[in-house]
Design a protein around this ligand. Structure first.
Ligand code: NAP
Length: 273
């Protein structure tokens, strides 16, 4: 029996927001960059499992084919496009193919990043700095700019940037990469403010250390792993699916009042600027 206090919070089942994750993104079309492995692949799989039709992409055709085959084997409606996010013609083909295959675009997850520089930030070569900022920051800006006309046609949309805990607290020897990830926090706020009136939400996810090929230098060496884990209150690395669920939530109507935010999923690691 519900008492008076509980009634204030009781929502009849018929009025509840979709809590069935299978249908959370039904009818949506998502484009995920760098999504043939690691966090991007987990995001693509989760968005598809939650009902979206998903375009997966990365630089290498073999990787795209293999990711599409794996997702299709799971019964998911996906398409694959070769896209190096630093190439204008590839970005344009990515969106054209999404529209051609699925009729429009509602969700962009900008996930690609590189890190060719390891060492003190001011010893980073100019060419390395440019490469990091071209892929990690400029491509996020360009992809967002180029997807806008498609989202406007749908009267709304959701853009997600994948930053890093390193964007809040620069990692030792990964200074330039860390600064590029801090830039995404600013891009999130600036774009969210500009696009809110058009019902386009812009949010960002900052993962901690996630078990992928990208972080193999950290988790495959026992000494490094132990040192890193001493900074993680939960005492373990994240699995890619633990980032994917958060991205799916931020794309969904359950997050319809959230924009301009960066959500940290870092096992309790410090995340203050
Ligand atoms: P990953 O496992 O190494 O996967 C990288 C993916 O990116 C692959 O599908 C790769 O496929 C693709 N790729 C690489 N360069 C690309 C480019 N220029 N254009 C398009 N696709 C490209 O990496 P991850 O760990 O999942 O990292 C994904 C994102 O999470 C990155 O933004 C990273 O900064 C962020 N992040 C990772 C961690 C972590 O601990 N792993 C922590 C915080 C944030 P191809 O080789 O076929 O291109």
């Amino acid at each position: 029996m519900l008492n008076k206090y509980m009634c204030r919070f009781y929502i009849p089942a018929r009025n509840m927001c979709a809590s069935n994750t299978k249908s959370m993104l039904t009818g949506k079309v998502a484009v995920v960059t760098a999504s043939t492995d690691g966090i991007g692949y987990a995001i693509a799989a989760r968005l598809a499992a939650d009902g979206a039709r998903v375009v997966v992409s990365s630089r290498k055709e073999g990787n795209v084919r293999s990711a599409v085959d794996r997702l299709k084997a799971g019964g998911f409606p996906v398409a694959g496009v070769v896209c190096h996010v630093g190439r204008a013609e590839d970005r344009s083909r990515l969106f054209q193919e999404a529209v051609h295959r699925f009729g429009g675009i509602d969700i962009l997850v900008s996930n690609a990043a590189v890190n060719p520089a390891v060492g003190p930030v001011l010893e980073c070569k100019e060419s390395e700095w440019d490469k990091i900022f071209d892929i990690n920051v400029k491509s996020a800006y360009l992809l967002s700019k180029e997807v806008l006309p498609h989202m406007r046609k749908r009267n709304g949309g959701s853009i997600i940037y994948i930053s890093s805990i390193a964007g809040f607290q620069p990692m030792p020897l990964l200074g330039t990469y860390s600064v590029s990830k801090t830039a995404l926090l600013g891009l999130t706020k600036a774009a969210a403010a500009d696009l809110a009136k058009e019902n386009i939400r812009v949010n960002c996810v900052a993962p901690g250390i996630v078990r992928t090929r990208f972080s193999s230098a950290i988790h495959e060496d026992e000494g490094t792993r132990t040192a890193v884990l001493s900074q993680v209150p939960l005492g373990r690395l994240a699995e890619p699916r633990e980032i994917a669920g958060l991205v799916s939530f931020l794309c969904s109507d359950d997050a319809s009042y959230i924009t301009g935010e960066t959500v940290v999923a870092a096992g309790g690691m410090q995340s203050r600027l």
